[in-house]
Design a protein around this ligand. Sequence first.
Ligand code: NDP
Ligand code: BG6
Length: 488
Amino acid sequence: MLTPPQLLTIFGASGDLMRRKLGPALLQLARQGLLPDRFAVLGFGRTRMDDESFRNLITDTLQVSPTDEAWRWLRERLFYCQGGYGDEASMRRLGERINELDALWRLESNRLFYLATPPEVFDDLVIGLRESGLNKSSGWVRIVVEKPFGHDLDSARQLNQLLWTAFDEHAIFRIDHYLGKETVQNLLVLRFGNTIFEPLWNYRFVDHIQITVAESEGIGNRGQYYETAGALRDMVVNHLFQLLTLIAMEPPISLDADAVRDEKLRVLRSIRPFEPEEVDDHVVRGQYGAGTMGGRPVPAYRDEPYVAPDSTTETFVAMRLFVHNWRWEGVPFYLRTGKRLPRRVTEVHIQFRPVPFLLFPPETAGQLKPNLLTIRIQPDEGIILRVETKVLGMGMQVRSTPLDFYYADLGTKIPDAYERLLLDAMRGDQTLFMRADEVEAAWEIVTPILRHWKNSPAPDFPNYPAGTWGPEAATQLLAHDNRRWLTE
Ligand code: NDP
Ligand code: BG6
């Protein structure tokens, strides 16, 4: 598929996302020849810069040689417009710059706006675009909205309502960068490109499912944002729920964006939100205290910059959820995420049931483990299926053997999620973006938890030392069901 001519306008272009993710993604796309010749990027922000200093800022962060051909191609297409977010004069100036670039590069009035600012200014920007008429053109207009998408159900609904005053749903691209990860997309291929898994992918054969997104980093200098978010809003309602929906959904009737998103939505709607009195039985929250990581001491969350010394923000969540439908009734889905855990790893485990009848002698039967399918999302991306095999030699000893596939063995670099997502937005493919109803269904599940936690702040924070797998209560959550976390 060809990428049509267009102008990509990035609001907040002086920021971290532009430097760390969007800039490198654009360069990679340019390297692969995936950007159209008639293409330009217009950075926008309050920071005073002209085109040249914006280009220099991006050159510095990409650490690229000035003679690099793809970079030279991209560099001459980078422009900058200084202004405030949404005020009339700034929007007018932006409009003039857009028209000028449109004519210069013959961009056919196709416009992609990217909200790469903190969410505080999303509303002003959407209103500014609408009031200035920049949301309309003789070509197409689309908008990419970064996470977090609202901070609870009401605010997510309000943001959707506001976006619809300016853009059609088919023009709104809500990002969850986990969907752009190769290994996450591979979940679809694994499930629906193979015949062997699908017949087993249900309550009859699956004992339970675990999803762990563990991070070794703390919150660094993002304290201001994180204090208003916490792990539930920052990770669970988006990244973990997206993984959950891809694992639990029914086969879609096609790969069309809406066909896939319809099925994901059904999963979210099959999860019953907790009553306040159920929350503590199913959801564990944690906050890291001081500890050691890789042999060096690291501070407690409450001692990080911009964090209140008595903060009750959670940096860890573990929960047990049930998807109430014919496929999954009674199968627990255990979700876990946290900062300052021992290592960075994102893994999904599909734990199958034990064999129904023990054919082997008692001493062998004791060694027999149920099959386990592990999908390693990152790092060491791959798939590992644990099967039981006979130990060579006399007798009937058995042992677990992994059948594994690692992307690293292919010898090619895994593209960054933002490369894929940027390209899809440029091409108008919404499959890997969240639809309004999906976002709201996800907030419906977590909002009662947020409300309960607000009413009863955790009395025991910090409750896990940095460098450990979270609070003891998370271990007990599974121990209560005679299970244990498989990622450790
Ligand atoms: P930054 O804090 O770096 O902000 C980006 C730019 O937005 C700033 O350079 C600033 O530009 C402008 N801005 C407008 N209003 C504010 C404000 N109230 N406070 C601070 N800056 C403001 O954010 P990021 O680039 O890290 O993130 C941008 C968006 O992307 C956020 O919604 C974030 O949640 C999301 N995101 C970021 C990721 C990352 O890796 N950074 C990963 C996933 C999502 P100026 O002063 O020039 O106007
Ligand atoms: C972001 C969160 O959305 O995802 C961060 O705001 C988190 O807190 C990050 O660290 C994790 O992304 P990845 O791709 O590094 O797993």
